[in-house]
Design a binder for this molecule. Structure first.
Ligand SMILES: [Fe+2]
Ligand SMILES: [Fe+2]
Length: 377
């Protein structure tokens, strides 16, 4: 069987993954009516096999999820005072200054005073949390779709708990942004392209691959960074609660796809590899924060390429893939079809993480969600 192979250009719309001119030319727009419709045609599957526990690992996850539910309204210390600017300054002190050692000589930000840098920090946080919020809504709708489309009862049960988890995540990020931050951003164009592709695909496993493995794998790493960095006890706790849920969600993806991919042929696996690569590039592109530079009055094309050259930046971005790569390996995606995805992840500079722990079992170590009584004491 010959494998129908797409070029990098076919998959991501450009030949060079680091073509900043092309990346930054993709600019988001706000939807005038406050809505965005994505058309999707897929089969909703009824199963008449109600035997619970046919897939014991999924059943275990489902039982765990039922006990790990929390209430975003009452379990978090919402009365905490949050001074965004003060937190930005404290954070800059802790991390070695606003530019984190990156030389901005010759760029429009060269002459920025502390005032502009604080403003940038505030905008950057508003932007980051806004993208988390939009991503959470993506997870909400994707997982609702999985409830319908996945053929196994244990997976339908588990996915139903995830739908509730994601509703709670949307709720708490929206509340934090509204009550504690100073502004919102619309969805980043690269993130939107990715979510649209995931939702529009008719194959149930692609929803899992795009959302549970790629988007949530990256979210788990990104939330972990922010939870570690922030000095705000409310945000720290919010993120820890969310991460405990996300670790289960990624495990749900790994455990479900592991079984399904064993039955796929090389051509079918190659399609999954291409989808994983596309998702990786879209998420990498979204981290350029182009809308923040725009709002600060600086053309992103005049500064982003320089920032991307900084080794610290490359290292941070690579670490965001530290959950994704081992999970792709566990699914057999790295080495299927002559190792195509291994080559692509090598080009992206993230292959070094392949031997890190995968998230198929790791979720127990995240399950640090204290009970309501423990939080109160
Ligand atoms: Fe979530
Ligand atoms: Fe999730």
């Amino acid at each position: 069987m010959s494998i129908d192979m797409n070029s990098t250009n076919d998959i991501i719309g450009r030949e060079d993954i680091d073509d900043f001119e092309a990346i930054l030319s993709v600019v988001g727009t706000e939807d005038a009516d406050g809505r965005h419709a994505v058309h999707s045609v897929y089969d909703t599957i009824f199963t008449w096999d109600y035997e619970k526990g046919t897939r014991p690992k999924l059943e275990k996850l489902y039982e765990k999820a039922k006990k790990a539910q929390w209430n975003g309204q009452t379990d978090l210390p919402w009365d905490t005072d949050v001074d965004q600017e003060k937190l930005i300054v404290e954070n800059a002190v802790a991390t070695g200054g606003f530019t984190a050692g990156i030389d901005l000589t010759g760029t429009p930000a060269e002459k920025w005073s502390e005032k502009e840098w604080i403003q940038f920090g505030v905008e950057s946080q508003n932007w980051t949390l806004s993208q988390f919020l939009h991503g959470e809504q993506g997870a909400l709708v994707c997982t609702a779709k999985i409830v319908e489309s996945v053929p196994w009862i244990d997976a339908k049960y588990y996915a139903a708990t995830q739908v509730m988890d994601e509703a709670r995540h949307v709720e708490v990020f929206a509340k934090y942004l509204d009550d504690k931050c100073s502004g919102h951003y619309p969805i980043n164009a690269h993130l939107r392209m990715l979510l649209d592709d995931i939702i529009a695909d008719s194959r149930w496993d692609m929803t899992y691959l795009g959302m549970q493995i790629m988007v949530e794998g990256l979210a788990l790493a990104a939330f972990g960074f922010m939870a570690q960095m922030t000095q705000d006890p409310l945000l720290k706790q919010l993120l820890r609660y969310v991460m405990a849920d996300e670790a289960r969600h990624v495990a749900f993806g790994v455990l479900s796809l592991q079984e399904y991919y064993q039955g796929l042929n090389a051509a079918e696996l190659r399609e999954r590899q291409e989808f994983a690569f596309e998702a990786a590039v879209r998420m990498r592109d979204r981290f350029l924060q182009q809308e923040v530079w725009d709002r600060m009055g600086i053309d992103p094309k005049a500064i982003v390429p320089l920032i991307q050259q900084a080794p610290e930046r490359a290292q941070f971005q690579a670490l965001l893939f530290s959950k994704i790569v081992p999970n792709c390996r566990k699914l057999g995606l790295l080495d299927a079809a002559d190792g195509w995805l291994r080559t692509k992840f090598t080009e992206l500079g993230v292959i070094e993480f392949e031997s890190w722990e995968d998230t198929g079992e790791e979720y127990d170590s995240f399950a640090a969600v204290p009970s309501k009584d423990q939080v109160a004491s």
